[in-house]
Ligand binder design. Sequence first.
Ligand code: PEP
Ligand code: MG
Length: 893
Amino acid sequence: GTGTATWVYDFSEGSKEQKDLLGGKGANLAEMTNLGLPVPPGFTITTDACRFYLEHGSTPPDLGDQVTEHLTALEKAMGKTLGDPEDPLLVSVRSGAAASMPGMMETVLNVGLNDESVRGLAAQSGSERFAWDSYRRLIQMFGKTVLDIDGELFEHALDEVKREQGTDLDLDLDAEHLEDVVGRFKAVVREQCGRDFPMDPREQLDLAINAVFDSWNSDRAIIYRRRERIPSDAGTAVNVVAMVFGNLGMDSGTGVAFTRDPGTGEQGVYGDYLQNAQGEDVVAGIRNTVPLPDLERIDEGAYRELRSIMSTLESHYRDLCDIEFTVERNKLWMLQTRVGKRTAAAAFRIATQLVDEGLIDMDEAVRRVTGEQLGQLMFPRFVSGGDATQLTQGMNASPGAAVGRAVFSSEVAVQWADRGEKVVLVRRETNPDDLSGMIAAEGVLTSRGGKTSHAAVVARGMGKTCVCGAEELQVDTKAKRFTAPGGQVVEEGDVISIDGSTGRVWLGEVPVEASAVVRYFEGEIDPESADADDLVRSVHRILAHADGARRLDVRTNADTPEDSARARRFGARGIGLCRTEHMFLGDRRQLVEKLILAEDDEGKQQALDALAPLQKQDFLEIFEVMDGLPVTVRLLDPPLHEFLPDLTDLSVRVAVAEAQGHPDEGNLRLLAAVRRLHEQNPMLGLRGVRLGLVVKGLFAMQVRAIAEAACERKAAGGDPRPEIMIPLVGAVQELEAIREESEQVLAAVFEECGAELDVLIGTMIEVPRAALTAAELASSAEFFSFGTNDLTQMTWGFSRDDVEAAFFHAYLDKGIFGVSPFESLDLPGVGRLVQIGVEEGRSARPDLKLGVCGEHGGDPDSVHFFHEVGLDYVSCSPFRVPVARLEAGRAAL
Ligand code: PEP
Ligand code: MG
């Protein structure tokens, strides 16, 4: 029955593999416990219990008994009882979900203190001050987190006492003052809640556990999950851990460590340490920390032990670990570890370092990096020069080059970003309430806190540029300005530039240059040369391995020789989509207009004859660049009126001319044509293959241009491989008609040129009917290319040009989907159609070539799906080509 469910696990009962059940923190505490590392004893309440609570609004009936059982065991292990008046056991209650959500959810420390046990703690610790400080921290955290009281009220009460004592510093308050603070905090609780702060330790514990469960659905947690695509129903575990104290004096402290530099991947000792402090003081960046190597001088024993644990953890996890620890009176305690977040550059460097150290193999190295990270490395960076003035240098917390207007609050960041402004969020320090502003900003600048401050950790996780701890800046968020050491004042709206790789901050706009990784792709950096950056070498090795592993080919979407050439340098093996409509813009628009306006066949033919040589020239150049590789040319797709003037503009011009008494004949005819071609739903109107069937000679002209260009390239010794692709087909009859016409044109041109070329003719699968009748289409198509942009539009009935601005925001907010289906393929819907298309198409024609050329061809998650469903290639924009190569390799491993 349900009475036997296990909701609580002791740390000694779990392992790092049980993240889903115990959360990341709980699973890793269990792992460290079982490795024999000094972890304070404790237990974990499972994510199952949280899901039960969120679903039923109450905890599982038997949870209380199980907590009692484990609490009793904990008390036995510690030789103390929770909240005992003589010698109290105190515990922390910490959230920990399966996916890391730094700072998003709640923690309550010092649970078990009350008016009596505070005296026991004072006696046992030998410090009245410490005991009262711990008690006031409990009431403050409990008040905010569990009782939902505005934290400012506690801050005010504390400030009041400080003012009365004539100081700004917590450290100047003695035990008596802190006892006074406790009294005032209790009054705040009474006023705000109409009840007293609970004295019963077990009640404190139970309420804190429920508050952690509730924090799963806090606004900031919801925003974070949406952004990081973490499922909203996973729930959090709760860890109840015996308290250890970093604030017992100068022989105590707390810190954060990384086994490698999470910014660059370099090996060494990285982290921050703060003497006489409790955990949240470090992460909140409230006081300035010392670099971790200084701990050697402060407490050599603890430092040595920490270094040895760091190397144990690194070889055990075979990866960079981050660590939170506390030193209580020279005794080291491990409070947390996990495989650490890192920047994109560090991810690549660390992956190949670990290979070289024999900890992982190349397959694993490819799995350890992502296409998204590679994409980040392709962003441009700052170059020196320009007329920006450097204001200061802070810490390089998260790399990248951000330029934008300085804003001093999250609200303004969001407002300005919504209206299209680029902004840099400037704060003294950030806290989880700043999350929406950080998302909206190009970058984040803070004046306080180290590389492990909230701003730094969250920005790195998001791949957002961040400079933190720029201590020389006087940030005044109320007055919306900051002052640099040189006296310059930067006001809200002034443009600043921040460099997350060096920590530099400038007034004004600093020019940017291409990234080293892009220059490597461009062939400007030789990865084998001695002076190549080790990042470039890592990227080169990892991509080479991914290329060897992948089954999917990667092509590009390109319609100019320049884009085609770049894509080829970036590793594209051909063109999967050459959109010919882009070739009809600019000067040639006039010719298309003539074609549309022609009143008889002769006029039409003249317009087509004028366009033909220009089209041919386009193809000649592209075939040359892509010599030896397939080039899929798509025949004209968009509605014709896209080449004509806007109806309203033209109507106004005609009306004005008439009113002025000199009507323009040409414009009048044009207006008539625009009216004739006007469509209410042009995306569902006269476009794609429909155009080819209705506008006589149009597709034939394009096919002739393709064939003539191919013959000419061949005659010149080239190896052109054109493929002709027909868009927006929904019925095999459409395809047959265009195929027949195209084959005649091809045969005629080959006869004229005395050449013979194999030109595949295929179709896009863009309307649901095409996917559903794929077997029939395959009888007349040598290849399919899934046009997942239109297929998404038509499957959902979402206008791709309108909905993202109109209502996707609301859809994302309501969780109807976690990510736009135009960005990442909707697998159950659109993906299902792709799968039907693949299966039916291949069953009718086993050697059918299959690819995708919608935007999804460069989206990491979608690439994995295309691999699984058995496509031959993906095609994406030139800058996504390396990303697709990597993800195709990862999908195959
Ligand atoms: C598509 O619809 O997916 C496609 C590639 O064509 P376009 O984006 O040009 O409509
Ligand atoms: Mg399309």
